[in-house]
Design a protein around this ligand. Structure first.
Ligand code: C5P
Length: 284
């Protein structure tokens, strides 16, 4: 019997993100198209006599991986005992969902170890807003509510590549939502257009570039001047940069792999660290 499960916990991009109404619990409902990218943390979960989480980066006291263990244990009436080891590659507080992806991977790995058929997406919603998407294992999805509703969408037939920047700054989600204004809303129609195109299997890089839109961009820019500077520098070189999540990571969509490598080089020369990544690859 295997006593350890290892999962590549992928990062995500929000191809489009619409902020809807503010809810009674203080959170905003969202409507967003999520895709995974091939930048991943390495998560290993093993049976253990107590709860121990080791992480190569200091993720602070609000550890989503530990919360994931406790939530699944509670839901399945077990002791929250597990050994979790996380090798971080996804930057923290970047808009790439790294902590949430680790938590989703912990839920999936632990469900295998414990031979549990618990509803991981439902349990994930207790752990954090972005965790249900990662717990679902979908590579592309429409995510709604606070993140608890995940509708998997067909992955594009042809591999699509993104170029993802690597800012060294961090931006707190809370601060970006606090800077959000009602007049910032414009992404809803773009989310709907992308969902329809993914469903019909007619998504192209150009289509994604036209519809990449994020209602949190104005708020993120109010909190972080550098975002506007990066966008201006890239735009002057013919590269549109879009925001993922609450930022500050920006990305663009390439025509193909060679185009992704070319744009990453141009951005690096302009002083913006960036890497090419494949998007929307199904769970391994
Ligand atoms: O998800 P997390 O707890 O990190 O979010 C931090 C803060 O960001 C929340 O307390 C809330 O103020 C805001 N937020 C929001 N709507 C969301 C997600 C976060 O208003 N869907």
């Amino acid at each position: 019997m295997s006593t350890s499960v290892r999962i590549a916990a992928k990062a995500k991009l929000n191809l489009a993100l619409a902020v809807e109404e503010k809810r009674a619990d203080g959170y905003h409902d969202l409507r967003s198209v999520f895709v995974t990218i091939d930048l991943a943390d390495d998560v290993r979960v093993a049976t253990h006599t107590r709860l121990e989480v080791r992480n190569t980066m200091d993720v602070g006291p609000d550890d989503l991986a530990a919360r994931a263990v406790r939530s699944l244990a509670r839901a399945t009436s077990r002791e929250p005992n597990a050994f979790v080891r996380i090798r971080k590659r996804i930057p923290l507080a970047a808009g790439l969902g790294g902590g949430s992806s680790d938590a989703g991977a912990v839920l999936r790995a632990l469900a295998q170890l414990w031979k549990s058929d618990a509803d991981l997406v439902r349990i994930a919603a207790e752990v954090g807003s972005d965790v249900p998407f990662f717990a679902s294992g979908a590579a592309v999805a429409l995510v709604t509510g606070r993140g608890e509703h995940v509708r998997a969408l067909p992955a594009p037939r042809d591999q699509i590549y993104a170029v993802v920047t690597r800012p060294t700054l961090r931006l707190a989600t809370r601060d970006v939502f606090a800077a959000f204004e009602d007049a910032d809303r414009e992404a809803a129609k773009h989310v709907d257009a992308l969902v329809a195109a993914f469903e019909k299997g007619v998504v192209t890089p150009e289509f994604i570039r036209v519809h990449s839109s994020n209602d949190l961009l104005p708020g993120a820019t109010r909190r972080c001047d550098a975002i506007a500077s990066w966008q201006a520098a890239a735009s002057a070189r013919g590269i549109p940069l879009f925001l993922t999540g609450s930022g500050p990571t920006l990305f663009t969509i390439a025509d193909d792999r060679a185009d992704a490598l070319r744009m990453a080089r141009i951005l690096k020369r302009a002083g913006i660290r960036a890497h090419a990544h494949a998007i929307g690859i199904s769970r391994l």
